[in-house]
Design a protein. Structure first.
Length: 86
């Protein structure tokens, strides 16, 4: 599973972006959105898949990771993680 924060950091490194402000400009989102992701909020599937395309990561993996990250029910989260591992 790849979290929003991990995806954000991967993009920052791959695109050689030196600040969260630069990431925000690069993604055409607000600096506040990037700050929320840094503080544990989950990015939208649209943004996550946009980053996946840039990083050439399987979009299906990112969509599933995004769903798991948003999941509040721990049993459902565990079941989704188990499916992803198989």
């Amino acid at each position: 599973m790849i979290t929003s924060l991990e995806l954000l950091d991967m993009l920052k490194a791959e695109a050689d972006l030196h600040s969260d402000y630069a990431v925000a400009k690069f993604l055409n989102v607000s600096h506040q959105a990037v700050s929320r992701w840094r503080n544990g909020k989950v990015m939208s599937e649209e943004t996550a898949t946009k980053i996946a395309r840039i990083l050439e990561i399987d979009e299906d993996v990112i969509i599933l990771s995004n769903i798991v990250e948003k999941q509040k029910n721990e049993k459902a989260k565990a079941a989704l993680l188990k499916l992803m591992a198989s």
